[in-house]
Write a protein that binds this ligand. Structure first.
Ligand SMILES: NC(=O)c1ccc[n+]([C@@H]2O[C@H](COP(=O)([O-])OP(=O)(O)OC[C@H]3O[C@@H](n4cnc5c(N)ncnc54)[C@H](O)[C@@H]3O)[C@@H](O)[C@H]2O)c1
Ligand SMILES: O=C[C@H](O)CS(=O)(=O)O
Length: 489
């Protein structure tokens, strides 16, 4: 076993965090976790089942009964202490993330800061959860609109951003006065356990959050069926999101679903070419292409196509594939062998249907995959219809704006989209015509704690981040007072 070398070894936890205690699985079973770069086992976590998930839910209910009455300033102070501890331990958190998920250390550090920012932003907002007093409908009536915490919430999170996808849920939940039971991906549990340890140090009350590690089906079944859980926040594939939605129906849970994407990236003739190349590189190759919002289809207008591709190839040629711990690397390994197989299948299918390599051909070494640019890509190819989730940039050619928007929208997904143009008129037309939850105009960077993040169609329900992210954990109560002034009140 090759556990990460840390400044604070206490942050590398190989036990689940349930009801304020660090525990093994009831039956002692564990799950190995490997380093995507080497395949070496870095450690094991408990394979907890439904009973331990139930214990976490019961503890969350007990803790939330008090937490919801804590003054917002007290809740905010704990979230800010958690924020400070995340930044203080950012190097260790990044190292754990790189070793279990594979992303290059610089990106892991970026994720730690991005993840921590949700604690700060929602600590500030915890003090501003106000309701309303309505204009009285009659002399003897008064109506208050109260905002109250949903109650016990659950979160199920993916492997590709193992810290940010947790804090993007946990921060608003606690700010709103809720508690949360978290099931991280079995592929990247150590980041979740480390941030829970810091939460414990920050003063998060015992039981308010739990990290239940283990294979997903049994834990997920409990989190979705247990009526004490009033809210499920899921980030992951659309396939699993649909399963969880069905499983949550019997108890009518509030749902936040952050699901898959198939982002179009449009480059019009009047775009600033270098800016568009920078945007494509930032969007496509972050986390080796393993992000829900990365450019999955790059559509380039005929007049700029060849110039854009030429500049793009220069930028791609500068990428360096290697271990995330190698300071010279800019592309880490993919998460597992299945991810590599999907990338290979997409490239082979595209080539078989007429696409061509513009870059060097695909080269695979274990889970290290070379960056590839394909041209002559068309809508009938797998790479156009599915998330590739790897460092392959497919270039489509289009002639008219109408054709570009039609092609962009021709997907059941609607998460992120991007377009580059120098025309203000086109910016409004295309920005409003794109059927996606998020649009980047002349930028490939659209993730920040203050802006609502989420998708339409089969990319999900609800939003995370910003004020909508807080509303996901609040209920509205209309409080009607009658008989006032009658001497009976
Ligand atoms: N929209 C977003 O914000 C966002 C962010 C990150 C990732 N994603 C999407 O997530 C996917 C990649 O992440 P992934 O491979 O971890 O997704 P995944 O759906 O395979 O797994 C996500 C989580 O769900 C759990 N899970 C799997 N099957 C389950 C079941 N039957 N019951 C309960 N839980 C179950 C997993 O253990 C994991 O914790 C991609 O599609 C990506 O687009 C979306
Ligand atoms: O993979 C999806 C993540 O939500 C991307 S980001 O961390 O929000 O940029």
């Amino acid at each position: 076993m090759t556990a990460p070398t840390l400044n604070d070894p206490d942050l590398f936890r190989q036990q689940a965090f349930i009801a304020g205690a660090w525990v093994d699985a009831d039956d002692g079973r564990t799950i190995p976790v490997d380093d995507p770069a080497t395949g070496a086992i870095i450690g094991h976590v408990p394979d907890c089942g439904a009973p331990q998930a139930r214990a976490a839910i019961d503890a969350a209910a007990r803790a939330q009964a008090d937490w919801k009455h804590r003054p917002p300033a007290e809740r905010a102070a704990i979230l800010m202490a958690w924020y400070d501890l995340m930044l203080e331990h950012s190097e260790d958190l990044a190292r754990i993330m790189t070793i279990e998920q594979g992303k290059i250390l610089a990106e892991a550090l970026g994720e730690v800061r991005y993840a921590a920012s949700f604690f700060k932003w929602f600590a500030e907002e915890a003090r501003r959860i106000d309701g309303a007093v309505l204009a009285p409908p009659a002399r003897d009536r008064r109506i208050l609109v109260l905002k109250e915490p949903v109650g016990v919430s659950a979160a199920i999170t993916p492997w590709n951003f193992p810290l940010a996808m947790i804090t993007r849920k946990c921060a608003p939940a606690l700010a709103a006065g809720c508690s949360m039971v978290i099931k991280p991906s079995e592929l990247t549990p150590f980041s979740a356990l480390a941030v829970a340890r810091l939460g414990e140090r920050a003063g998060v009350p015992a039981g308010l959050i739990s990290i239940v590690t283990g294979m997903p089906e049994a834990i997920g079944a409990e989190l979705t069926a247990n009526p004490v859980v009033r809210k499920l926040s899921f980030t992951g594939s659309t396939r699993v999101g649909a399963i969880l939605m069905r499983q949550s129906a019997d108890t009518i849970k509030r749902l936040s679903l952050e699901l898959g994407g198939n982002a179009p990236f449009l480059v019009f003739d009047d775009a600033a070419c270098d800016l568009a190349v920078q945007g494509a590189m930032a969007s496509k190759f972050r986390n080796a292409g393993q992000t829900c919002i990365c450019a999955n289809r790059v559509l380039v207008q005929s007049g700029i196509h060849d110039r854009f591709v030429a500049h793009l190839l220069d930028a791609v040629a500068a990428l360096r594939v290697g271990s995330g711990l190698d300071p010279a690397a800019t592309l880490g390994p993919l998460i597992n062998d299945a991810a590599v197989a999907k990338v290979r299948a997409h490239v082979e299918d595209a080539l078989a249907r007429g696409a061509r390599y513009a870059s060097a051909p695909l080269h695979v070494d274990g889970r290290f995959v070379s960056p590839v640019v394909l041209t002559g890509v068309t809508a009938d190819m797998l790479i156009a219809r599915e998330e590739t989730f790897g460092p392959v940039l497919p270039v489509f050619r289009f002639d008219t704006e109408e054709e570009a928007v039609r092609l962009a929208n021709a997907t059941p997904f609607g998460l992120a989209s991007y377009f580059f143009t120098g025309s203000l008129d086109r910016a409004w037309r295309v920005g409003e015509a794109l059927e996606f939850g998020m649009v980047g105009l002349n930028t490939g960077a659209i993730s920040m704690e203050s802006a609502p993040f989420g998708g339409v169609k089969q990319s999900g329900l609800g939003r995370e981040g910003g004020h909508p992210g807080l509303d996901e954990f609040l209920e509205i109560k209309s409080f009607h007072m009658g008989g006032l002034g009658s001497g009976t009140a």
